[in-house]
Design a protein around this ligand. Structure first.
Ligand code: AMP
Length: 326
């Protein structure tokens, strides 16, 4: 725990009268949960401050967590402290108006690629940004207040980003901090119902996907979901992107990749792995993330094929250098 960085963040919050909280584009449970959770904690703890959450895109899948705030006029930002959570690089920030803020605080758990905040608290070994926000609350609970609502947001982010507390970043601290949220009396059944229930179009995509997964020589599994396929199954871009999880337990395939065609012809890449690091592959294509869960965007099929070849080489090397590689 980096107490001095946390104290610096708290000092910035305490001296600010106006605060706007931001997150990354195409938000996941952690991006939404951490920002909404912090907003609730701060609103309750500092009722005299004006605190907003303003972003430019959202997630259908996480609709159950509710809306964000209406945009503020530009003058508001100019006077405000911006807190950006869960976002490694400035170009990934959902709302470009973050740049109008008088000062930026960055709170993140991704591999640091770029420094963009005057004050930064980054702990890449944390399982989620939500875990960091709960740690922040716990460290300063004499000054901060938690609610059941905030705990619901934060727990959602903790379970989604840690693969339901399965990934290697999950520590004793993760579970101790999750316990603080459970003690708030949150409805875990309801959260999981929202996270697990799928619409029929996603189930049909899954049936299609299982017979369209391709494999490289070293065993990298991959799926390419074109616009045509998305239209055929009546999918949103977000529900098509969920296809990466269909390949997460194939023997031999320690790296798996989903390519989802964007409406402008570029292709979103979702990289996942066990044991083998894939974030460096993502970084070669202008992306990033975590060692075993990363993302990027490629411009065309040629780049997509190059990325597949890079992943194939990486998995081949891993298997060659790790006897009994599983
Ligand atoms: P995703 O496949 O979009 O869920 O991304 C997996 C992880 O990589 C998440 O932690 C993302 O925040 C991160 N990530 C995804 N895309 C990018 C990108 N283009 N640049 C940097 N990080 C990314």
């Amino acid at each position: 725990m980096n107490l001095s960085a946390m104290q610096a963040v708290l000092a910035k919050i305490e001296e600010a009268q106006k605060i706007v909280i931001f997150r990354h584009k195409m938000p996941d449970g952690d991006a939404i949960g951490s920002t909404k959770g912090l907003r609730e904690i701060l609103r309750l703890s500092f009722p005299e401050k004006e605190i907003y959450l303003n972003n430019c895109d959202s997630s259908d899948y996480l609709e159950f967590l509710g809306d964000e705030d209406a945009p503020q006029p530009d003058e508001f930002y100019a006077d405000a402290l911006g807190i950006v959570i869960d976002t490694a690089t400035a170009k990934r920030i959902s709302n470009p108006r973050y740049a109008l803020c008088r000062e930026i605080v960055k709170i993140d758990h991704h591999i640091p690629i770029e420094s963009y905040g005057a004050t930064e608290w980054v702990e890449e070994e944390r399982s989620s940004s939500c875990e960091m926000i709960v740690q922040f609350y716990d460290a300063f609970k004499d000054r901060l207040q938690m609610t059941k609502e905030a705990a619901t947001y934060l727990y959602t982010g903790m379970v989604t980003d840690s693969g339901r507390f399965r990934y290697r970043e999950v520590s004793g601290d993760t579970l101790r901090l999750a316990a603080i949220l459970l003690d708030q009396g949150i409805d875990v059944d309801r959260i999981y119902a929202h996270l697990y229930m799928k619409d029929v179009s996603s189930m049909r995509l899954q049936a299609w996907a299982l017979s369209h997964i391709k494999f490289t020589a070293s065993g990298v599994a991959y799926l390419y979901i074109t616009r045509d396929v998305q239209e055929k199954f009546g999918l949103t871009f977000e529900s098509a992107s969920a296809a990466v999880s269909y390949m997460d337990s194939i023997k031999d395939s320690l790296i798996w990749l989903a390519f989802i065609e964007n409406s402008d012809g570029t292709i979103r890449v979702r990289l996942r792995s066990r044991f083998v690091t894939v974030s460096e592959i993502a970084e070669c294509y202008g992306g990033g993330g975590h060692a075993c869960a990363a993302g990027a965007t490629v411009n065309n099929r040629r780049e997509m094929n190059r990325l597949i070849a890079d992943a194939d080489r990486r998995l081949g090397e891993y298997k060659a250098n790790n006897e009994g590689w599983l």
